[in-house]
Ligand binder design. Structure first.
Ligand code: ADP
Length: 365
């Protein structure tokens, strides 16, 4: 899903919403004013006949402004009636006894609050239905896109596998290259499927990290090895920095490795050829900090938080080579960091690019 910067749509929404609220408030207040004026002008024998107007104000309050609006307006009409009684000695229920007046107050409050409650309930139901329909639509779209995306690595795998078995391919260098391409495509396939499964698991609340003592150097080596074919293809370097006294961290090695793979793959993808991507793993003040810095186009202002939402990708990528992005990788990173009790955020790199930072607590929380 290609999303628009929030600021572009917000003012229109805010203006439309406040205009609607103003109109409703005006309608309710006008009915209330008409009721009040008529009430004061007409004689006592007609006041009871004005009761429907009073009810209308209360119902409009609930209908337009929900439970609290309905209750508030009902309470306001009670206060107005009390003031009228205090100033002019007239009660709304002319001729009614105290019990009758109390009853009408209670009924008024119940009508206002009840209308509001029903309105709130129906709004909640409508939102829920719309949310489910939206989720269903997104799921169908994503499945279609994923099936489409799976085709590329699969085609690469079968093409290079055919090459490897062909008698024409005698050169050892070509064989190695084909094997590397197959590895790269298989790794990409694996990551796509794992991201999808883990996002699902996290949404079901079952993405629990399996803590182990992890050797930092080994973890970084694994990431380097997995990324080597892509780095070679783009003529890029991966600079790995390790700052950990013990050389070990307590974390889920699989989740941390996949966080790093997702971040590094993005960094490599968006950094121009022959440039360097930097990865740092440090243990500072009881935290584990993973940092991936690139020299790509960076994340535009307004997207720094939303980029971690599910299915969010930048509009500028829709027409480029990064078109295969489905906006799941960073969402997975966020869920995996949160599962460790940590967080992820992005900063601007100097002079260009982004720095993605993941901070995890050192010990299991
Ligand atoms: P996917 O897993 O489908 O590749 P991600 O969630 O990893 O998607 O990324 C979502 C979007 O975030 C990308 O489409 C891209 O627009 C943007 N993005 C991610 N990483 C970077 C980066 N290092 N530099 C610039 N843009 C990035």
């Amino acid at each position: 899903m290609v999303t628009q910067p929030r600021d572009a749509s917000r003012p229109l929404w805010v203006r439309a919403a406040s205009l609607r609220i103003r109109t409703r408030a005006l309608v309710t207040a006008s009915v209330g004013a008409v009721y009040l004026i008529l009430f004061l002008v007409v004689g006592p024998e007609y006041r009871l006949a004005l009761r429907p107007l009073n009810v209308l104000v209360v119902v409009a309050g609930g209908f337009f402004f929900g439970f609290r609006g309905g209750l508030g307006l009902s309470a306001l009409t009670v206060v107005v009636n009390l003031v009228l009684y205090w100033r002019f000695g007239i009660l709304a229920r002319t001729g009614g006894d105290l019990f009758g007046n109390l009853l009408s107050v209670v009924i008024g409050l119940a009508v206002g609050a009840g209308t509001g409650w029903m309105r709130d309930l129906s709004l909640r139901l409508r939102h829920e239905v719309a949310r489910r329909q939206d989720a269903e639509r997104q799921k169908e779209e994503l499945t279609a896109l994923l099936v489409h995306d799976l085709k590329n690595p699969l085609t690469a795998i079968s093409g290079h596998a055919q090459l490897l078995t062909s008698t024409d391919l005698d050169c050892e260098v070509d064989r190695r290259e084909s094997a590397l391409f197959i590895g790269l495509a298989a790794e990409r396939l694996n990551r796509m499927v794992m991201n999808l499964l883990d996002v699902r698991r996290a949404e079901d609340g079952v993405l629990a990290p399996r803590y182990q003592s992890v050797e930092v150097g080994r973890l970084l080596d694994e990431v380097h090895r997995a990324m080597r074919p892509l780095l070679n293809e783009r003529g890029q370097q991966l600079e790995m920095v390790q700052r950990s006294e013990r050389g070990r961290i307590e974390a889920d090695p699989d989740l941390v490795r996949r966080i790093l793979l997702n971040l590094v793959e993005n960094a490599v993808k968006y950094t121009p050829p022959r440039q360097t991507v930097r990865v740092e793993l440090a243990e500072i003040d009881g935290h584990i900090d993973l940092t991936v810095s690139d020299q790509g186009p960076g994340i535009p202002p307004g997207y720094e938080e939303r980029i971690f939402d599910k299915y969010t990708r930048l509009e500028r990528d829709a027409a480029t080579a990064a078109d295969s992005s489905r906006g799941l990788g960073l969402h997975f990173c966020k869920l995996a960091a949160m599962a460790h009790g940590g967080r992820i955020w992005v900063e601007h790199n100097q002079p260009r690019g982004s720095v993605f930072r993941v901070r995890l607590p050192r010990a299991p929380h």
